[in-house]
Design a protein around this ligand. Sequence first.
Ligand code: URA
Length: 242
Amino acid sequence: MERLDKVLANLGYGSRKDVKKIIKSGAVEVDNVIVKDNNMQIDPYKSIVKVDGEEISYKKYIYLMMNKPDGVISATFDDYEKTVIDLLGEEHKAFEPFPVGRLDKDTVGLLLLTNDGDLNHRLISPKWHVDKIYYAKINAPLNEEDVKAFEEGIVLDDGYKCMPGKLEIIKSDENESEVKVTIQEGKYHQVKRMFESLEKKVVYLKRLTFGGLNLDENLDEGRYRELTDMEISFLKNICKMN
Ligand code: URA
């Protein structure tokens, strides 16, 4: 249940103060009864709300960008572990979003969540060559041979040959290196397993970019925001959904 003034403010009818005035003026009906109490609790998905006689519709799809923190799993429900859905406010949980692909429990960074099954399906399909860019710290030095191995396609422990990936070495010394990795697939533990094939270990992994959308730097870990209309169109465009 939500407060009537909050529902209308969320739908863009102005600030809470503006909305209060609209309600007090008698322009708002809930289930065909004029309501002048802005504190009224309504179920925005079930109640029929009209403003100036026009029925308002709550949107069907939601698209969120989260900066996933460490220690939280990319699932919708789990008996024991905290999930990314547990980090959402009730107003967003109500849409029943799910993560687009998965990040490991200890991976941080950009995670998209939506309830738009068609877009989700396309974004995780390798068919559309959606780039994912990761920043990683590795427990060993790296060199041009490793860059070439990524270009040629790393063979994972189960024999699967990855599509060509891009490895950019940001920094490398005898103990550790920092890299950017661009891949288009999303196999289970893919980045970690790619480095394991080179006998190296990923000690920190953060996703920076998904399909050309960069992680919003203003989002602290554990925070999220809705995508803008432009960002949604951009994502739909890259997988030819428009
Ligand atoms: N690759 C991984 O190994 N883990 C992730 O979370 C994402 C990509």
